[in-house]
Design a protein around this ligand. Structure first.
Ligand code: SF4
Length: 355
């Protein structure tokens, strides 16, 4: 292992476990997991960011600075299908101006159409990497991502009904910790199987009329719970089954853009960018399935998701499904979120009882 290379990526849901696996086992470098995002992370990021940039930029910058302080000397910059693709260069310049002397590897320079471009970027992380090893570990990493998402889905849909509060969260935390000791794809599958069994054994108490709410919206804000003020958890606690399609498995590994476009053709004619097509697609599907409500989340100033909002409103009118819209930035008030969630819950509950 090369002791000198210490890699860090921005914090994003539970995927740091998979990234740690990829970089340590595959590329043979040390991985520095940035501390979980907090108010302090956002404050640091906001202090050095342009005021009107969307909040994923600010969170990522805060994560980078906290990772450097924790010992990272190589930062992986993310690519993306919106302006996220340009963020890497801007982050790099800001960090250089602040006097941080670190190595930057910009993944937005790689393209899915050219797998060799990923190899070239990985080479910048560790020029001595073994391509065979990286390929094997990459396959296992993708499996790990799928397992993390699968467990996350199960918890989201059941946690609101557990008899003993915190049972599922504890099992999930232990699962993630155990994944850190995995060496192979087989280990990952074994650990996941064990976790699924434990989760299925958790005692649940479900009411006769179960409420279903779907969460849609922008990539980062929907998947990084601190940035959306843990709204999934807040809603689930009220005894609601929470559905969320947007995760790395669905949006990257098994994505079928053509099918989405076909399904929403009566509402969307042209490609709208970033996650907005998926937002419309899942809203329509869940509206047709008779869900009790939809929650739309995005970062303040996220143009692709702003474009999706009038379409969601149309679906809401056509299918008589309530939609709650949240736009998060560094100034969002916790009390305001709680009040709106309470009101939304009361409203969908009354509608359910009337039905
Ligand atoms: S999808 Fe929206 S919030 Fe996310 S990076 Fe792009 S513009 Fe910003």
């Amino acid at each position: 292992m090369n002791e000198k290379i210490k890699v860090a990526c921005p914090r994003f849901g539970n995927y740091h476990i998979a990234l740690e696996f990829l970089f340590t086992k595959g590329l043979g470098v040390e991985y520095v997991t940035p501390p979980p995002s907090t108010k302090k992370t956002l404050e640091i990021g906001s202090k050095y960011s342009p005021d009107f940039v969307c909040s994923p930029f600010k969170f990522n910058l805060g994560n980078y600075i906290e990772a450097i302080e924790a010992g990272a000397n190589t930062l992986i910059q993310t690519g993306g299908v919106c302006r996220l693709g340009y963020y890497g260069e801007l982050h790099e310049q800001i960090l250089k101006d602040l006097g941080y002397n670190v190595n930057f590897v910009n993944m937005s320079k790689a393209s899915y159409n050219n797998p060799l471009s990923f190899y070239n970027e990985f080479k910048k992380v560790n020029p001595n990497m073994n391509i065979k090893k990286v390929s094997t570990v990459l396959i296992a990493t993708l499996k790990m991502v799928e397992c993390i998402d699968e467990i996350d889905d199960f918890v989201r849909q059941n946690v609101g009904f557990e008899v003993k509060d915190g049972s599922m969260e504890k099992i999930q935390e232990e699962f993630l910790e155990e994944l850190r000791s995995a060496e192979t794809k087989k280990d990952i599958e074994k650990i996941t199987k064990k976790c699924k069994k434990r989760l299925k054994d958790v005692k649940l108490k479900k009411p006769k009329k179960i409420m279903r709410v779907g969460i849609v919206g922008e990539y980062y804000t929907i998947m990084e719970p601190f940035s959306n003020h843990y709204i999934e958890k807040e809603l689930a606690k009220k005894g609601i089954v929470i559905y969320r399609w947007m995760n790395v498995s669905n949006s990257v590994l098994h994505h079928n853009g053509k099918e989405q476009k076909k399904e929403i053709k009566n509402y969307v004619k042209y490609y709208m960018g970033a996650t907005s097509m998926a937002t419309v697609y899942k809203t329509l599907e869940w509206a047709k399935a008779g869900f009790d409500g939809i929650v739309h989340v995005k970062s303040f100033g996220c143009t692709p998701e702003i474009d999706a909002m009038p379409v969601l409103q149309k679906i809401s009118n056509d299918y008589k499904i309530p939609i709650l819209y949240f736009s998060f930035d560094s100034q969002t008030s916790e009390t305001g979120i709680q009040t709106r969630l309470e009101a939304f819950y009361d409203m969908i509950m009354m509608r359910k009882e009337k039905k």
